[in-house]
Design a binder for this molecule. Structure first.
Ligand SMILES: Nc1ncnc2c1ncn2[C@@H]1O[C@H](COP(=O)(O)OP(=O)(O)OP(=O)(O)O)[C@@H](O)[C@H]1O
Ligand SMILES: [Mg+2]
Length: 298
């Protein structure tokens, strides 16, 4: 059996053609030489710098990187919830200076209003934008159908599972018709099986809706399953270490987890995110001893 793993940069003609089509679409979000420092002079801490990225219409971008490399800070700036200390973020060519309905957000923690029904949660943003109750109700129902929760429109958040709550959060974000959906580890708190279901739900929704997605995750397999391009960040200071065009063709399925393209991508992601830490000296007794029983063998 030949176990040689191909180069992850080797794209099949169909996948290469898809990337060519994506590149020809307009840029929705442009992140230009972005930098974020925390603290005052004396003790500044660079969360990240030199981050540049153009995201094209309907592209699905995943950002991965070790804890503390600045992923959440980066998307808080894109969302307009925080300010950069250098560089710029442009949405459809206009500088982002604060939050707006053109960016939908879904976070890891459940953020639904517990005192409102599922439908009222989705209607909230629509009414804030001036839609009358009848229109907001019917649009909210359509979005709930889209995420498969039409039957739960009158339920309250505490009556839903974690996965269902996140589906409502996605419906609520999409109901505002954002240009870009920004998701910060939205499935990280879910069990493994629900997480897989949510990933495939998200791909089905994305197939039907003209929306661009910027998705943060710790999970390499999640990024490999979802993304067109994967932005790999490194820490201290946070910065982009590699942009990877996902060689796995669409439509994606669990069966692809055994294909050569998938394994080549996974191997590269592992190499970048989990570099080897063992030194080969692990067989020797360690210097730090917790007992003194005199049974040393070396
Ligand atoms: N409000 C803040 N004040 C000071 N430092 C901050 C603040 N927010 C974030 N940081 C620092 O910025 C860096 C990036 O944090 P951030 O939360 O963006 O990382 P992350 O990549 O999202 O991590 P994780 O994977 O754990 O969610 C960290 O070193 C963090 O301590
Ligand atoms: Mg984070």
């Amino acid at each position: 059996m030949n176990l040689a793993i191909p180069d992850y940069r080797q794209l099949s003609p169909a996948v290469a053609a898809r990337f060519e089509r994506i590149r020809q679409r307009p840029v929705i979000l442009s992140i230009q030489d972005l930098e974020k420092k925390f603290g005052t002079d004396g003790a500044t801490h660079t969360a990240f710098d030199n981050v540049s990225l153009d995201i094209h219409r309907r592209e699905f971008i995943c950002v991965i990187g070790p804890s503390g490399c600045g992923k959440s800070t980066l998307i808080r700036i894109v969302a307009g919830l925080d300010e950069a200390t250098g560089g710029a973020v442009l949405l459809d060519g206009h500088a982002v200076t604060g939050p707006g309905p053109d960016r939908g957000m879904v976070f890891q923690g459940y953020t639904l209003f517990p005192w409102l029904t599922v439908r009222a949660n989705v209607m909230f943003g629509l009414e804030m934008r001036g839609k009358d109750t009848t229109t907001a109700e019917s649009e909210a129902r359509e979005w709930l159908d889209m995420v498969g929760l039409g039957k739960f429109e009158h339920a309250y958040p505490h009556e839903l599972s974690g996965g269902m709550k996140q589906r409502v959060a996605i419906a609520r974000a999409l109901a505002n018709e954002p240009r870009i959906l920004i998701m910060d580890e939205p499935f990280a708190a879910l069990d493994a099986q629900t997480r897989c279901q949510m990933q495939s739900y998200l791909l089905q929704i994305w197939k039907k809706v003209d929306v661009t997605i910027l998705f943060i995750t710790h999970d390499l397999e999640e990024a490999a399953y979802l993304a067109d391009r994967i932005v790999v960040m490194g820490a201290n200071p946070g910065r982009v270490v590699e942009f990877i065009e996902n060689p796995v063709p669409r439509p994606r399925s669990a069966a692809q987890f055994l294909t050569a393209e998938y394994l080549s991508l996974k191997a590269r992601l592992e190499e970048l995110i989990h570099p080897p830490t063992e030194t080969g000296e692990e067989d020797r007794l360690p210097m730090v001893k917790l007992t003194n029983v005199g049974d040393d063998v070396e």
